[in-house]
Design a protein around this ligand. Sequence first.
Ligand SMILES: [Zn+2]
Length: 82
Amino acid sequence: MDYSKYCREFRQKRKECLAKANYQCERCGVKHRSFAFNRNHEIYIVYLAACHLFKEQKMEKDAFLVCLCMRCHYFLDHPRNF
Ligand SMILES: [Zn+2]
């Protein structure tokens, strides 16, 4: 599979995913590009990402995507620390 093609398609998918989720994290509801505070009480801007809910679908064109903020994405990748 051509990875550059995958990236292009993924960018489009990401846009669709964010739009569908109304630019809000699907887990905690935080809004795209809003402000939040990290553990050290420092301000940061929330960026939402389209995440593969099922890891085994990572290279699939029609993989199931969820729109998550960085924090929720981290929990998805590290469920044991949750
Ligand atoms: Zn979230």
